[in-house]
Design a protein around this ligand. Structure first.
Ligand SMILES: Cc1cc2nc3c(=O)[nH]c(=O)nc-3n(C[C@H](O)[C@H](O)[C@H](O)COP(=O)(O)O)c2cc1C
Length: 508
C-alpha cells in the first residue's frame, strides 16, 4: 500500500490509535529526546508522536515534528502496508523462490528481478509536492525575523510561506554532549560515478551552519564508496537528501541492500506502486516527489574533511568526534505543509530496533536460500543491531555451526557482527533467556568458541582500532560425533504435551 505523504501515513496511524499529538511547545534541544525516549521505552514501542509546536532556540517552528512513527512492529507493518512484517517477508520469499538461485550472488540478482516482476521500477515525474516551495541558496538570504506562532498542523491557510533554512527547521540536539544539532532521519541519495547506479542510505547529518552539514557515512557504507571515487577523480559529488514522504522510503534507506541495488526498487515493490521521482532543482539527482523536505547540494573533494560529533549514538554511548565530508546546500525545497520526520538513538530499545528487526525479518527468506540450514535469526535489542546475533540452525553434519558463522561474517553488513551464538532449531532465538540457557549449558568454551578478525562498526568504541575488530562465535548446538565430544549427550528435560494439556485444562 502506498501512502501519498508522511501526513497521510500519520493520519492512518492516528485512526489506528497509534499516534499521540502534543499540542504544547517542546524544545528541539533535549526535550524532544526525553519525550520520545519515554515513549520508545514503553512495552512494544509506545505510540508515534506528533509534536505540533517544536521550538528552536525558544521560537516555535512552522513545521511539526513526527517521531517514533516506525517504532513498533505494528507501525512498521502499517508502513509497509502489510498485515505483519512476517507476511511481507513471506511474500518476498515466495517471489524470490520462484526460481531458486544457485549462489548468493544469484539470489541478489534474483531480488532485483523479483522487484521488476511487480513493475517496481521508479517513475520519473515532472513535478512533485516536495518542490511546492523552493529556496535556492544563491538567492538573497531569507528574512531573519522570528517565525510566527505555529499553525495548527491540519490547517493549510495558516502556513507561513517564508522558506526555511537549516537553522529554523526543528532539527534536534538530542543528548547533552552532542556536538550540535543533527538530522536524524535523512535519506541520502548519491550516484556511483562509474556505473551511474543510485544509492539511498540513511546517514545522520550534523548542522554546522545555515548552509553546511556533516555527512556521517561510515567507512564501509555505499555512499562512502561513491565518495571515495569522487575524491579520487577530484570531481564535485552531487548529493540530495530527502526527509519524509511515504515512510517506506525511510525504511528502505536503512535496509542493508547490496551495493548496486536501487533502494527505490525495493520501495516500489513494498508499496506496490512505483516510486515517483522528481529531478532536483540544482543537481542531477532524483528524489521522491512526495517527500516533505529536500536538501540539495554537493560535497567538494578539494575541501578537507571536518570534525563531526560527538553524538549520542545507538550504541548507548556518545560516538567520539571524527572527520567526515562537508555537505554544501544549494537549495531546500519542501511541501507547503511539510512535517519534519525525526528519531532518536541512544540506550536501547529505541525506534531503530523495530526498523532493524523489520530488515532482518524481510531478508531472512533470502538468507535462507543461501544457508539452507538456517532456521531463524535475531538481533536482540541489547546488542544494538550487530553486536550480538542469535542464529538457529538445523544441524546435519559436524562443524555446521562454524560454517554458518563464517558465512554470516562474509555477508554484507553482517560483517559487523561481534558475537554470533548458534543454537539448534528447537531454540527460540527471539527469547534471549532460552538462548542464554543453551549457551551456558551446551558449550565447552575452549572447544566451542571461535575467534576471528574483520571489519568492525566504526561506532564500536571497544575495538582498539577504529573499524577493525575481533569477533567471537559460540557453537551452542548439541554436539555430533566428530565435533570433539566423545561422551553421550543428555536429553533435555521436557514434559509430554498430553500431560501439559491435561494440567492446563484442569487449571483453566
Ligand atoms: C536511525 C538510523 C540512523 C543511522 N545513521 C547512520 C549513520 O549516521 N551513518 C551510517 O553509516 N549508517 C547509519 N545508519 C545505518 C545505515 O542506514 C544502514 O547501514 C544502511 O543499510 C546504509 O545504507 P547503504 O548500505 O546503502 O550504505 C543508520 C540507521 C538508522 C536506522
Amino acid at each position: 500500500m502506498a501512502f501519498d505523504s508522511l501526513r497521510d501515513f500519520l493520519g492512518h496511524l492516528e485512526a489506528a490509535g497509534e499516534l499521540r499529538r502534543l499540542t504544547q511547545p517542546v524544545a528541539s534541544e533535549l526535550e524532544i529526546t526525553e519525550l520520545a525516549d519515554r515513549e520508545m521505552k514503553k512495552p512494544g514501542g509506545g505510540q508515534a508522536l506528533l509534536v505540533e509546536k517544536p521550538t528552536v532556540n525558544g521560537q516555535i517552528s512552522p513545521f511539526p515534528l513526527a517521531i517514533n512513527a516506525l517504532g513498533s512492529y505494528r507501525r512498521m507493518a502499517l508502513s509497509l502496508g502489510a498485515p505483519s512484517i512476517e507476511e511481507a517477508a513471506a511474500a518476498l520469499g515466495a517471489l524470490v523462490k520462484a526460481k531458486p538461485p544457485a549462489s548468493f550472488k544469484e539470489a541478489l540478482q534474483l531480488l532485483g528481478t523479483a522487484f521488476d516482476l511487480r513493475h517496481a521500477r521508479p517513475k520519473r515525474v515532472k513535478d512533485g509536492a516536495c518542490q511546492e516551495v523552493i529556496h535556492h541558496f544563491d538567492a538573497p538570504p531569507p528574512r531573519t525575523t522570528p517565525w510566527p506562532p505555529a499553525p495548527d498542523w491540519r490547517t493549510p491557510a495558516a502556513f507561513d510561506p517564508r522558506p526555511p533554512t537549516l537553522l529554523n527547521l526543528p532539527i534536534q540536539q538530542c543528548w547533552p554532549l552532542d556536538g550540535g544539532r543533527f538530522l536524524t532521519l535523512p535519506c541520502v541519495v548519491t550516484r556511483d560515478p562509474d556505473t551511474g547506479a543510485r544509492n539511498v542510505g540513511m546517514y545522520r547529518m550534523q548542522v554546522y551552519d545555515e548552509r553546511t552539514t556533516g555527512l556521517h557515512w561510515q567507512l564501509q557504507k555505499v555512499a562512502a564508496r561513491h565518495g571515495r571515487r569522487y575524491y579520487e577523480t577530484g570531481t564535485r559529488m552531487p548529493v540530495a537528501v530527502f526527509l519524509g514522504g511515504d515512510p517506506v522510503y525511510t525504511f528502505c534507506a536503512t535496509a542493508p541492500l547490496p551495493d548496486g541495488l536501487d533502494e527505490f526498487l525495493l520501495a516500489g515493490y513494498l508499496r506496490q506502486k512505483s516510486a515517483e521521482l522528481v529531478r532536483c532543482q540544482t543537481c542531477d539527482l532524483e528524489v521522491p516527489a512526495d517527500a516533505d523536505f529536500v536538501l540539495e547540494g554537493y560535497v567538494d573533494p578539494a575541501e578537507p574533511l571536518r570534525e563531526e560529533g560527538p553524538f549520542g549514538d545507538h550504541t548507548g554511548f556518545y560516538s567520539l568526534p571524527d572527520r567526515y565530508p562537508v555537505f554544501h546546500l544549494t537549495a531546500i525545497t519542501h511541501r507547503q505543509r511539510a512535517i519534519y520526520p525525526a528519531t532518536i538513538v541512544g540506550p536501547p530499545p529505541m525506534e531503530d530496533y523495530y526498523i532493524g528487526s523489520a530488515s532482518v525479518k524481510l531478508f531472512l527468506p533470502i538468507l535462507k536460500m543461501t544457508f539452507p540450514e538456517l532456521v531463524d535469526l535475531a538481533l536482540p535489542a541489547e546488542g544494538v543491531f550487530h553486536n550480538l546475533v542469535f542464529v538457529s540452525i538445523k544441524k546435519t553434519y559436524p562443524m555446521q555451526a562454524f560454517k554458518i558463522m563464517h558465512g554470516l561474517w562474509g555477508m554484507g553488513q553482517m560483517m559487523f557482527a561481534k558475537y554470533i551464538v548458534v543454537v539448534d532449531d528447537d531454540v527460540d532465538v527471539h527469547n534471549s533467556r532460552e538462548v542464554l540457557f543453551h549457551l551456558c549449558a551446551n558449550t565447552d568454551p575452549q572447544r566451542d568458541a571461535l575467534f576471528t578478525k574483520g571489519p568492525a562498526d566504526v561506532l564500536d568504541h571497544a575495538t582498539p582500532v577504529l573499524g577493525v575488530g575481533s569477533k567471537m562465535g559460540m557453537d551452542a548446538t548439541r554436539k555430533l560425533p566428530g565435533e570433539g565430544h566423545p561422551r553421550d549427550w543428555p536429553p533435555l528435560i521436557q514434559m509430554p504435551e498430553a500431560v501439559r494439556q491435561k494440567i492446563r485444562s484442569m487449571l483453566a
